[in-house]
Design a protein around this ligand. Structure first.
Ligand SMILES: [Zn+2]
Length: 104
């Protein structure tokens, strides 16, 4: 990744051993967490994240506030999220083709 990583305060909260948290079947990585926190649309379609407390899943670029890292469930695709009874977020519409204004 050639992204410039900006130093957000929140990044300090990332546990170094994120994959030891035993989050669902798929572990969240620091890279994924940063994509979520920074609403990085270049990660859209690479993974989705669900919030266990709300049972809603989002694209990484979703502008909704990032949940607590321990509540995040990572999905490889929309089908996986749906099969676990997560609902698509109404803001980023992970099941829709287009999410937000891209060319404007
Ligand atoms: Zn969303």
């Amino acid at each position: 990744m050639k992204h410039k990583i900006q130093q957000h305060d929140k990044i300090q909260l990332i546990p170094k051993k994120a994959d030891e948290l035993g989050i669902g079947g798929e572990s969240i990585t620091v890279e994924m967490w940063q994509a979520i926190v920074q609403n990085d649309s270049s990660y859209d379609d690479k993974f989705y994240y669900g919030v266990k407390t709300t049972r809603i899943f989002c694209r990484p670029s979703c502008k909704s506030r990032p949940p607590k890292i321990e509540n995040i469930r990572i999905f490889q695709n929309v089908q996986q999220a749906l099969s676990e009874n997560f609902r698509p977020c109404k803001r980023c519409k992970p099941t829709g083709q287009r999410l937000q204004i891209i060319d404007d």
